[in-house]
Design a protein. Structure first.
Lengths: 206, 125
């Protein structure tokens, strides 16, 4: 439908460049979260008792519901790509719509979690224990808010990216021959899911 | 693997992890949780993200990120796990040895903890 951009030899090369670019970007995003995971590791090794107490106080059921939400959304996103590759635009848009709905659900559940913490007096930098808080408790809760907050920001960006791509598909600007555009958008979404796969056990389960 | 099958496996693994969190695994809780998470991650990366089908350059980029992450986390862990209690400044060797004895009496020295005992908080530098 559309010719490749002039600096590319062919559409195939353009697709390859687009995918490689996305993977390089995702690698950098992973390293962004790696810093936070590294801080968690060092802090937990230094103050394990406080971290156990923090995890015990997390909103386990809400956090686990969010895990289910993201896993399902990733599945639907993968199905959407497959549908587009097979020229089944309506199915693709249906799957994308469901993905976006689940993504929004994630943010609502996260907001509810934060609200429950704030109501108890747990804020970033100021944990439950109040003024006489142990360092470990402060470390845990600050890391919790920063990690899940940054992740929630990524979810929001993912919604925008997937939404824009869905709009492009709706407007017939993106079809099977440019499926890599949707593929890239879902790659970003899968990274968001990937990060949560590790955030969940570290802050809610163990 | 079909995405629906992969999705099903992911949900089962999540349920497994969730269930395991109610079992008092103590020292094994974290390794088990991370193992299950790694299995889920592998499915997401290989099936959903199709890294296996991707170009060699893309695979290299992803591998580089993974190696850097492991390096960063690994070395950040090595610091607190290999700490000795700091010397007490300006008070001489005797006082330092008394301080060490006090710490060794169960306040965070790994070699005096019995397996299964809860880990006490370490001195944070």
């Amino acid at each position: 439908m559309t010719a490749p951009s002039r600096h590319f030899e062919s559409g195939v090369q353009q697709a390859h460049a687009a995918r490689l670019g996305m993977w390089v970007f995702l690698s950098s995003e992973l390293l962004l979260f790696a810093g936070l995971f590294a801080l968690y590791a060092a802090s937990r090794a230094a103050t394990p008792a406080a971290f156990h107490a923090g995890v015990a106080h997390a909103q386990k059921w809400l956090g686990s519901a969010n895990t289910l939400v993201l896993l399902l959304s990733s599945t639907l996103a993968a199905l959407a790509v497959r549908a587009l590759e097979h020229e089944r635009r309506r199915l693709c848009l249906l799957a994308l719509g469901a993905t976006l709905l689940l993504a929004a659900t994630f943010l609502v559940i996260k907001a509810a979690e934060y609200w429950l913490h704030f109501r108890e007096g747990i804020f970033p930098g100021r944990p439950l224990d109040g003024r006489s808080a142990e360092l470990g408790s402060t470390l845990f809760w600050t890391l919790y808010f920063v990690s899940t907050g940054l992740h929630a920001l990524h979810v929001l960006v993912g919604i925008l990216v997937l939404g824009m791509t869905a709009h492009g598909i709706l407007r017939l600007r993106i079809g099977a021959e440019r499926a890599y555009v949707l593929e890239n958008a879902t790659l970003y979404w899968h990274l968001v899911d990937l990060v949560w796969i590790f955030l969940w056990p570290l802050y809610y389960l163990t | 693997m079909h995405p629906l099958l992969a999705g099903g496996v992911l949900v089962v693994l999540a349920a497994l992890s969730f269930g395991a969190s109610f079992v008092p695994l103590r020292d094994w809780a974290l390794p088990v949780a991370l193992l299950v998470a790694s299995a889920k991650a592998a499915i997401v990366v290989l099936v959903f993200m199709g890294l296996g089908r991707a170009s060699a350059s893309a695979q290299l980029a992803a591998l580089a990120a993974l190696l850097m992450l492991l390096l960063l986390v690994g070395l950040m862990l090595a610091d607190p796990l290999t700490r000795e209690p700091a010397p007490v400044l300006g008070v001489g060797e005797e006082a330092t040895m008394r301080a060490r004895a006090l710490l060794d009496s169960g306040h965070g020295n790994r070699s005096t903890r019995r397996p299964g005992e809860p880990r006490p908080d370490r001195a944070v530098r």
